[in-house]
Design a protein around this ligand. Structure first.
Ligand code: UDP
Length: 238
């Protein structure tokens, strides 16, 4: 049995998670909260047991990705709400992969939500709360020094690989992977997938009914938010 490093002080609190340093400088503990925010925290609420479900769903996705050759920050789940992770130097670029038109893409280009794309799209957004995470080109990330050209190339390939692995896994469980957001970071010369992969950061639609099983139920006041998260956990555990 591996020993768990001792939890030290909280060094970061985000919208959905708190991060704690540990007695091992290479490891951090992520604590998953129930707080829910949308539209850059202009809408706030809580989703009962969201932290527990997102911790477990993320664990299952990270293990699946590791099994398929994608390196992640995941070490192991410690308890209901805590995950042990490798410490990353986060690259301030959010990577979104899309298979079907939804959300900001539908709005920006005036397309119908639900339109199937001819091939997946990889988009970058600059991680900045004061600027509302604006859409950027890879060129901006390189020119401003947020990531190197080589890092972006790796991020692109990894994001598309994550898409292929998750899309197939979810399809077998009756779920359409519409789109999702990833964050990457540097760790001893490697680029690792970080953050979380869960109904907060992905759009999941039921294949049969096209019912939304993700945070859009909260964003759009559709009701049944907790049920949707429970249903997603049930599907990925099956
Ligand atoms: N997303 C996220 N965090 C963000 C913005 C987007 O996790 O700060 C996820 C979102 O859940 C969706 C995908 O990225 O699965 C694409 O989101 P979109 O650009 O359509 O923005 P939204 O409509 O969510 O504002």
């Amino acid at each position: 049995m591996e020993t768990t490093p001792q939890k030290l002080e909280m060094f970061y609190e985000g919208k959905a998670k708190k991060l704690y340093s540990t007695s091992d400088p290479d490891l951090v503990i992520a604590y998953f909260k129930d707080d829910a925010t949308a539209f850059n925290a202009k809408k706030r609420g809580t989703i009962e047991d969201k932290g527990v479900m997102n911790n477990r769903i993320s664990e299952l996705f990270f293990m699946l990705l590791e099994k398929n050759g994608v390196k992640t920050h995941f070490v192991r789940r410690l308890n209901d709400r805590e995950m042990l992770c490798k410490r990353l130097q986060i690259i301030p670029v959010e990577t979104v992969v899309r298979n079907i038109v939804a959300g900001s893409l539908a709005k920006r280009l005036g397309r119908e939500e639900g339109e199937q794309l001819k091939r997946p799209i990889v988009e970058y957004y600059y991680k900045s709360d004061p600027l509302d995470d604006p859409l950027i080109l890879g060129e901006h990330a390189i020119a401003f020094g947020w990531a190197t050209a080589d890092e972006l190339k790796q991020i692109d390939a990894k994001a598309l690989k994550v898409n292929e692995v998750l899309k197939q896994f979810l399809d077998e469980r009756g779920v359409i992977l519409v789109d999702f957001k990833l964050e990457f970071g540097r760790h001893h010369g490697d680029i690792l997938l970080g953050d979380e992969i869960c109904p907060d950061t992905c759009r999941f639609w039921d294949k049969a009914t096209r019912q939304k099983l993700d945070k859009d139920r909260f964003r759009r006041d559709l009701g049944g938010v907790e049920d949707a998260y429970h249903e997603m956990l049930r599907r990925v555990e099956s």
